[in-house]
Design a protein around this ligand. Structure first.
Ligand code: GLV
Ligand code: MN
Ligand code: MN
Length: 418
């Protein structure tokens, strides 16, 4: 393998311009607590998509939209036969999301486009900045739905048929904001994604850049416990079949299961619908989700078996009917060695302290890694806080991440022609 060329450290992004675009788009879906609510394919998502298209066109790009609503802003290269080098992430957020998760990855890409245009730099390959639809999985499960479909993991029919908790289908939502384009899937020379770490390590170690070597394994489940509705005053405790009580025991079991595989395992019950949800009715039915993760697929498989045993035991003990379905699995991902080396080298060239990390969160890059050489760049976030309106990162760190992204992309371009 040939060494990547040393980045020209005098070519750097405009930190103020990048920060200004973060602030400008943070008005779209802004929450009272300083975060964002920009659920996939909502009116707010439509507004930020329109903003992104206009900004990319002003930076000299054409913007194409595929049949899943993924947006591709392309800056031509000298050689139109080369597949584009992509910079991608997402502009959708959690219901009480922060201003950085996903957003900085797309806006840093935009800043790279603006800088290349301003500096009159021609690349050999086209550069493509991508806004992937519905990364979060907050409105339509699973997460990374449209990048996964682009990568051939899901069929378009499967993606279209996903429904939100109100029963609205993905394709209906896509059409309702006019976000459906044409075509699906094209070759990429590489894919890079800048993201906040969403964990505490970089901040604790005072490092600016996380060189992301992979993404941990994830499984999502949907479960329903069914007991019997009953009168809160007249049903004796010994006769109750309380589905919410069973769910409480499940939440405790998921917590213990993850703790039993410390320090790397995590387990979460994050969504719960208690029925009929009336203060003087013993709850007869509860729908809930479970999210289990571990860096090692084999350990996650063991956790899956323990989960099934624990839930069956609880259901039997409490006289409840259980339905449990694994709805999604995203196996552990190992990113491309050459892309990782270019990120590491770009960080070193700028003198940014860095370390290798495995991502705890899922990312579009996890699926794009199946179809193109891929890696990610992490920057610190305050207190490791994410999926929280108080999510925070500094202008300097975000700019540092964008500089690493820029030079990793340029080194990839050089290697393509090398
Ligand atoms: C996406 O944010 C995930 O990791 O669940
Ligand atoms: Mn994200
Ligand atoms: Mn997220």
């Amino acid at each position: 393998m040939t060494a990547s060329p040393k980045p020209a450290t005098n070519l750097a992004v405009n930190a103020d311009r990048l920060w200004a675009s973060i602030e400008e788009t943070a008005r779209i879906g802004a929450t009272a607590k300083g975060g964002l609510r920009r659920l996939a394919l909502s009116a707010e998502d439509a507004e930020v998509r329109a903003w992104f298209k206009t900004a990319c066109e002003a930076a000299g790009c054409t913007v194409a939209i595929d049949s899943l609503g993924n947006m591709f802003a392309r800056r031509p290269g000298r050689n139109a036969a080369l597949p584009p080098i992509a910079i991608g992430s997402h502009l959708d957020t959690q219901p009480t999301g922060g201003r950085f998760d996903g957003v900085i990855g797309v806006l840093a890409g935009l800043e790279v486009l603006r800088l290349l245009q301003e500096a009159g730099i021609e690349t050999e390959a086209p550069i493509e900045v991508i806004n992937w639809t519905n990364e979060e999985g907050a409105r339509f499960a699973p997460a990374m739905l449209a990048s996964g479909t682009f990568a051939g993991v899901f069929s378009a029919e499967y993606a279209y048929s996903r429904t939100d908790r109100d029963g609205v289908r993905f394709d209906t939502a896509l059409d309702s904001i006019g976000a459906r384009g044409e075509g699906l899937g094209h070759a990429l020379s590489a894919h890079f994604e800048l993201h906040i770490e969403q964990g505490p390590i970089l901040e604790a170690e005072a490092r600016t850049i996380g060189v992301v070597t992979g993404v941990q394994s994830i499984r999502w489940y949907e479960a329903t416990l069914i007991g019997s509705d009953g009168h809160a005053g007249a049903t004796p405790m010994r006769l109750r079949r309380d589905a919410l009580l069973g769910t409480a025991r499940v939440i405790e079991a998921v917590h213990r299961l993850a703790r039993a595989h410390a320090p790397d395992a995590v387990g979460t019950v994050g969504l719960l619908e208690n029925r009929p949800n009336s203060r003087n009715v013993v709850p007869g039915e509860v729908f809930f989700t479970i999210d289990l993760r571990h860096p090692d697929d084999a350990v996650l498989a063991e956790m899956d078996a323990s989960l099934r045993d624990a839930l069956a035991e609880i259901a039997t003990a409490d006289g409840l009917e259980l339905s449990l379905e694994q709805t999604w699995e995203s196996p552990a991902v190992h990113f491309d060695a050459a892309c990782i080396a270019r990120v590491r080298q770009a960080a070193a060239a700028f003198g940014y302290p860095s370390r290798d990390l495995v991502s705890g969160a899922g990312h579009d890059s996890a699926y794009i890694a199946r179809v193109a050489p891929t890696t990610m760049v992490f920057v610190p976030c305050a207190g490791g806080l994410s999926h929280n309106e108080a999510e925070s990162a500094t202008r300097e760190d975000v700019a540092a991440g964008a500089n690493v992204l820029l030079h990793a992309v340029l080194a990839t371009d050089a290697a393509l022609t090398g």
